[in-house]
Ligand binder design. Sequence first.
Ligand SMILES: NC(=O)c1ccc[n+]([C@@H]2O[C@H](COP(=O)([O-])OP(=O)(O)OC[C@H]3O[C@@H](n4cnc5c(N)ncnc54)[C@H](O)[C@@H]3O)[C@@H](O)[C@H]2O)c1
Length: 265
Amino acid sequence: MTVASDTQPAESRYAVYPSLRGKVAFVTGGSTGLGAEFVASLAAQGVRVGFADIDDEGAGRLLDKLAGTGCPEPLYVRADVCDVDQLRAAVAAVEDGLGPVSVLVNNAANDVRQDIETVDVPEWDHGIAVNLRHHFFATRAVMAGMRSLGGGSVINLGSISAHVDFVGLPMYIASKAAIEGLTRTMARELGQDRIRVNCVVPGWVFTERQLTHWVTPEVREKLAQVQSLPDNVMPADVARLVLWLAADDSAMCTGQKWIVDGGWM
Ligand SMILES: NC(=O)c1ccc[n+]([C@@H]2O[C@H](COP(=O)([O-])OP(=O)(O)OC[C@H]3O[C@@H](n4cnc5c(N)ncnc54)[C@H](O)[C@@H]3O)[C@@H](O)[C@H]2O)c1
């Protein structure tokens, strides 16, 4: 078994979590962006990671990047999270290949902007399916396995956009607000089985997609005003919080939202 100390640079300033070594994680939307960072960070801790996405090329690039690093090789399963049967099949494939899932990261989303004047019913339904519905069904798909292990950690991705003045994303923001409520009720429902459910709320994270699609000079100027800290939030900043929530170090934390936004006020 590969251990974290083999896969992290000796000079790493950041935590190694012995409780994660050898566990199985499932990450949705793991091919690119934050999801890819979660896959890589979990694998670097010795976690056997399965991830689902519709971006095969992104998945290939991630697998190439991790090959030869000494991490357990992640298992990619193509699945559209909007198709609940495909999502269930992806969880089943990961459980068959790697074993019961003890860490679930519900990460897939789509932040394409919409005009409130033109959104129609199919678009609305799709927006909710890609940003919210799969959080519930992926959690339900891993529940039995987590129970068999005596517990688990579900990490949902919210967004600061549900808390600040943001427009042009009605289904995305409605979903992100709902994810916080879903987190609380699922934490309550599953707590007796020692399945923890938490919500990570990132600020504006400088992923490649954000930099190429949405981060304009005006956005940089706004962030300089609203963030308390002067630095940009990077994917690794969010991944370190996800690792802590996945590990036994956060054993008595559930039903909460955890904000990593540089102190947005
Ligand atoms: N980047 C940010 O600034 C930011 C801020 C707040 C919250 N978040 C949240 O963090 C999470 C990741 O964000 P990101 O910026 O990395 O997103 P992203 O759009 O860069 O990546 C999302 C990933 O999900 C995949 N995906 C999209 N639709 C899918 C589908 N139908 N089925 C399977 N996979 C699908 C994409 O292919 C991609 O790999 C999201 O939940 C997002 O809402 C991000």
